[in-house]
Every structure is written in C-alpha cells, then in structure tokens.
Design a protein around this ligand. Structure first.
Ligand code: SF4
Length: 343
C-alpha cells in the first residue's frame, strides 16, 4: 500500500518484506516451524516525509528496520532505495559493494545512545568515523566538519575531544544524530530514538529531528512502541501487530478516524493529564501473542473487544477502506472506533 509516494517521489519502497526465523525442536534440532517476525509488509516513504512505524515491543518493527537496512537478510520481498547517485537499488539483492555505496545515504539512529556509542572514542572520532571510512575528509577538514555537525545538533564544538560518558542521555542522543548526519544521508531510520530519554528531553530530541529534516531534506522511518511520540513527527503511520501491518494511513486520518481496533486501543493508551480521560480509556487487554504460535484467524482476536466468530476462523486481508487508508479488520467499514480526541 502506499502513501501516495508515487506522486511525491518515494525515497524508499518496501514490498512484501518478510523475515522468518526457523523454530527448531527435538534431538536433531529439526525445523518444527517458523517465527514470522516480519510477515509481508509493504509501504513507501516519500522524499522529505516521515513514516511512523508503531507497535508494542516484540511486534517486529525493529526487525523490519534492520531487514530494510540489510543488517538482516530478508526471507522474501524487496526494498527499493532511490539513491541520489545510483538510482533505484533493490537492497534485498544488492551485493556488498553496492550496499557500501548505498549506506552512505541511509543511516540509523539507535534507541540507546549509551550502548550505541563506543565509550573509548572521543566525539571527534565517533562523528568523524563515517567520514574517514568513506574517505570524505581527514585532518583539519575532518575537524571542521565535526565542529559543524556538533553545532547542527546543538552541542558546542569545543566538546569534540571529550568522551560520551561526559554527556547526559539527551546529549548522547544528539551525538548519535550528528554521527548519522555525517555523510549527509537522504534517509534515516530512527529506532525509538527517544524511548530511553526523560520526557522533557524527548520533546527536544523530536524537535531537533524535525528541524534537521527540513535543513538536510531528510526522509525518516521513525519507530516507536506507542502512538504518543509519533503524531507530531510523522506524515504517515503504519501500525504493526505480530509481524504484520494492520492499519496504515496519513497521520491525521489514523489518529482521528482509526479503522482497526488495535489502533483504537493504542490511541486510548496515549498518556493524558486529565483524570476524566483516564477513566474513559480502553487499554489493550492481555499480552502480545507468541509469534511462533500466533492465534488463528485475526491475530488480534483474543484481545479484541469487537471480535465475532469469523475473527478466530479467517484472517482479514489488509484492504483499502478509503483512499490512502488500509486496515486489516473484517468489520473496519462497520465499526465506529474512537479517535484520539474521543477518549
Ligand atoms: Fe477485532 Fe475481528 Fe477486526 Fe480482528 S477482525 S480486529 S478480531 S473485529
């Protein structure tokens, strides 16, 4: 499905992407089944836009991100990246040399800046490393470029000889962002970049990412475990449940006119200071199912307040409910679900 990216020029096209892991059992460790961590997902990310990919921990969104970046080998499907120099490249089959060239334009910002930054490297080494690997700058030119990047992310250039432990969590995330920006990429995967940060720092980091998007003409795949973070940064949102996308639309429609009960439950869980709103919440019941042994029919049926007999028998297809809006629910055209302002 699409986000009308064809009209706007997609940077990334994900088509029927799958990442399965074998489940082995018995003395001979024979393959007894598969975990479908990412199961046939498709989306586009248009130039200079952000797609928010949302779902509970364990739903497959981080595996999807790593499979898109080819850190993990896909089991099936295609990932087409529109590289400014190389044109359309299918990352799912690209050779090592092509991947090296393409990765200059595709970078990641990680969830935990503490563990993603080598504690033995100074900021100059950390942020300058991609420039050294790609032989883009050295000596004074490298120092000048790192100073410039530090300024872009709101850190003082004189910090560049310091080590990451001298900085707060929010500052370390800024260092991670500066490193991701070093090669002037076209596309960034931000994997829960704010979830390890204090609430007050989260907003600053989101604002920074938005400012940098305009400044550097970036496209983002922004991964989050709930809908509270992605609303203001995303142009489009895809909701994942047990490896599959269950709803996808532009942000306004998904937040105000959801068509899948799981999206309604995620919207209801967005923290609100008003105690009356707290009472009207319908938090999602139960646990995310085991992806090695998912429920029959609609994977969401054991937790769904609207489930009927068909839901445990037949898997609902992901289908268009209105232009640019898809959902996988047998009753998406009949249910009147609550939007973000209805709780
Ligand atoms: Fe709920 Fe049935 Fe829709 Fe699944 S198909 S989300 S169980 S109503």
């Amino acid at each position: 499905m699409a986000t009308n990216a064809a009209d706007e020029g997609a940077v990334l096209e994900v088509r029927n992407l799958k990442k399965y892991y074998p489940v082995r059992a018995g003395l001979l460790r024979r393959e007894a089944g598969q975990v479908k961590a990412v199961d046939d997902i498709s989306f586009d990310i248009p130039a200079q836009k952000t797609l928010g990919l949302v779902g509970e921990s364990g739903c497959g969104k981080t595996t999807a991100a790593h499979t898109i970046m080819r850190g993990l080998e896909p089991t099936g499907g295609h990932v087409i990246f529109h590289d400014p120099q190389l044109g359309a490249v299918d990352l799912s089959i690209a050779d090592k040399e092509t991947l090296f060239k393409v990765r200059k334009n595709m970078q990641m910002v990680f969830q935990d800046p503490q563990s993603s930054l080598n504690p033995r490297m100074t900021l100059l080494d950390l942020i300058g490393e991609p420039l050294t690997i790609y032989k883009i700058a050295k000596g004074q030119e490298l120092i000048d470029r790192v100073a410039e990047l530090l300024k872009h992310v709101g850190l003082r250039p004189e910090y560049m000889r310091r080590f990451p432990h001298a900085f707060s969590g929010g500052q370390r995330q800024r260092i991670g962002i500066a490193r991701a920006l070093a090669l002037n990429p076209r596309f960034i995967v931000a994997d829960e970049p704010t979830s390890a940060l204090d609430v007050s720092i989260q907003a600053q980091t989101l604002n920074l990412l938005q400012d940098l998007q305009d400044e550097f003409s970036l496209s983002y795949l922004f991964i989050a475990h709930d809908l509270s973070v992605v609303e203001h940064i995303s142009d489009f949102v895809a909701v994942m449940y047990v490896g599959k996308i269950v709803e996808q639309a532009d942000t306004r429609r998904l937040y105000h006119n959801p068509k899948h009960p799981y999206t309604e439950a995620l919207l209801s869980s967005i923290p609100r200071p008003d105690p009356k709103i707290q009472k009207r919440r319908v938090p999602v019941r139960g646990e995310l199912p085991n992806p090695a042994d998912p429920p029959t029919g609609c994977y969401f049926h054991p937790r769904c307040p609207y489930a009927e007999a068909i839901c445990s028998r037949e898997e609902p297809p992901l289908q268009e409910v209105e232009p640019g809006h898809v959902a996988a629910c047998h009753f998406s055209d009949k249910l009147t679900l609550r939007g973000v302002n209805d709780f």
